[in-house]
Design a protein around this ligand. Structure first.
Ligand code: BES
Ligand code: ZN
Ligand code: ZN
Length: 497
């Protein structure tokens, strides 16, 4: 999709579909009134007849019969204009793009909304760009009949009187949106076509960009490093594990020590549960169990474009979790890279085993902050539902910052308490730890387990994205499937450091 800006004057308008904001039975701008007069009041007439009030997400198409420089007007319901924020701008762009796709038009223009002037122009440009790119996303690699590229929006134009700042936002929005869509592709690809080996290859491809570097450790090296918990998970699979370690380093030779941040993503490319086998229906979407790794890779890809002045390590212990004659058995004990021993009572609690070794490995690079991101527990989906990430950690400021970065990204994050007393739940009678607690507090127990492998001096946050990493129904700017959730939250955080 190509992005551009243009003057907000009606006389210079030239597009297929013009999107106008509408809410509480009124146009959001004078441009709406001006166009309605040019069309001899037809828009108002249609609105009245069809009882279109402009509630959030409602849309109406109006043919202009060539009377203005746009073939079709789409009225986008945005509700109360005092509620205007970044996410409503994303949705404005998204609903405009989806309306245009429905009538197979190519060029979409969105008006400048007076209600959005309280938001900085570059932020506006970024949000509209993100919304347009994410809403235009389709995963049709496996369809024998591909969507014709002429049937999808290919140009997105933003009307603005501050084109310089908006264009700056567009550049950032393109990096954000494309990285989200890249993460979605990784998640949506069937597990047999997104094995640890193939995913590591995808990471190698990203690492070709200047500023990025990669190391991929194979099974022999993983063994040599003593990552017994990670290896225990991979034992049941015929697909070998690969530990991916991407690095972003800013250009220049600044003397002062740069901030170092590690992002560790859970990368289970398929979670069958292992011998503690999942039910058929719970397994249906388990190709998404590498969403944390996909988000990490999306973030790294964007960093190469956005070039912040910090160092970032992106790490994932890629593996499948499969049952077989060589699989780990409930009751087995594995020794983690840290030296701690773990009694594996449930092979379906595999994410924490891979993360135990991955976060320990990450700390070798002396990060100032460590963030892990994982589709870790079904309990988190029970507690917060499908749209919200759970966050826990050892550093309140870091947690608050990430929650706020989520708000700005339109991604919901809610804190759980890390209750120290519950550590008893994950103590084993014959090893140091066991990989499951009791019936209650599953999300907290998962985080407490990971914490056992974190140096308490390092600010650490754990994001449980089991809910929002996947959507079964279409969302305003995401079709069914992988969502690419957390890519934009993490980028917001990294760009602020
Ligand atoms: N990948 C799952 C968690 C999950 C569940 C993600 C549903 C997305 C949707 C994880 O590996 C898992 O199976 N966790 C177990 C832990 C339990 C055995 C302690 C769970 O949540 O049931
Ligand atoms: Zn599992
Ligand atoms: Zn899992």
């Amino acid at each position: 999709m190509k992005f551009s800006t243009s003057s907000p004057k009606l006389s210079s308008l030239k597009t297929d579909v013009l999107a106008l904001g509408f809410g509480n039975d009124e146009f959001f701008s004078d441009l709406g009134h001006e166009i309605d007069r040019k069309l001899s009041g037809r828009i108002k007439e249609i609105i009245k007849k069809e009882k279109f009030h402009g509630t959030v997400g409602e849309t109406r198409l109006v043919d202009t019969h060539g009377k203005i420089g746009a073939g079709t007007i789409v009225l986008v319901g945005l509700g109360d204009e005092r509620r205007m924020d970044l996410d409503l701008l994303r949705k404005f762009a998204a609903w405009a793009v989806k309306s245009a796709n429905r009538i197979k038009e190519q060029k979409v223009t969105v008006e400048e909304l007076p209600a959005a002037r309280k938001i900085a122009a570059d932020q506006r440009g970024q949000a509209l760009t993100e919304g347009a790119l994410m809403a235009n996303y389709r995963f049709d690699v496996y369809k024998s009949k591909k969507t014709n590229s002429n049937d999808r929006v290919s140009q997105f134009e933003i009307l603005t009187s501050d084109s310089q700042a908006v264009n700056r936002g567009i550049r950032r929005g393109v990096a954000y949106g494309e990285s989200v869509n890249f993460a979605r592709d990784l998640v949506n690809t069937p597990a047999s076509d997104m094995t640890p080996r193939i995913m590591a290859e995808a990471a190698r491809k990203i690492a070709r960009s200047p500023g990025l570097f990669i190391q991929v450790h194979d099974k022999r090296q993983i063994k040599k490093m003593g990552m017994g918990c990670y290896l225990a998970v991979s034992k049941g699979s015929t697909e070998p594990p690969y530990l991916v370690h991407l690095r972003y380093r800013p250009a220049g030779t600044s003397k002062k020590r740069r901030k170092v941040i590690a992002v560790v993503g859970k990368g289970v490319t398929f979670d069958s549960g292992g011998l503690s086998l999942k039910s058929a229906s719970s397994m249906e979407t388990m190709k998404d169990d590498m969403s944390g790794a996909a988000a990490m890779m999306g973030v790294m890809k964007a960093l190469a474009v956005l070039k912040p002045g910090i160092e970032v390590h992106g790490i994932s212990a890629l593996t499948e979790n499969m049952p077989s004659g060589s699989a780990e058995k409930p009751g087995d004990i594995a020794r983690a890279m840290s030296g701690k021993t773990v009694e594996i009572l449930n092979t379906d609690a595999e994410g924490r085993l891979t993360l135990a070794d991955a976060v320990f490995y990450a700390q070798k690079f002396k990060p100032d902050v460590l963030i892990d991101i994982a589709t870790l527990t079904g309990a988190c989906v029970m507690a917060l539902g499908e749209l919200c990430t759970g966050i826990m950690g050892n550093h309140q400021e870091l947690i608050d910052e990430l929650v706020n970065c989520g708000k700005a990204a339109g991604e919901k994050i809610w804190p759980f308490p890390l209750i120290d007393e519950y550590r008893d739940e994950i103590k084993s009678s014959i090893a140091d730890l066991k990989n499951v607690g009791g019936r209650f507090g599953g999300t907290i127990n998962g985080a407490l387990f990971i914490q056992e492998f974190i140096d308490p001096k390092i600010p650490w946050a754990h994001l449980d994205i089991a809910g929002p990493s996947w959507t079964d129904k279409e969302l305003p700017y995401c079709p069914r499937g992988g969502t690419g959730h957390s890519v934009r939250t993490l980028l917001n955080y990294l760009l602020k450091q």
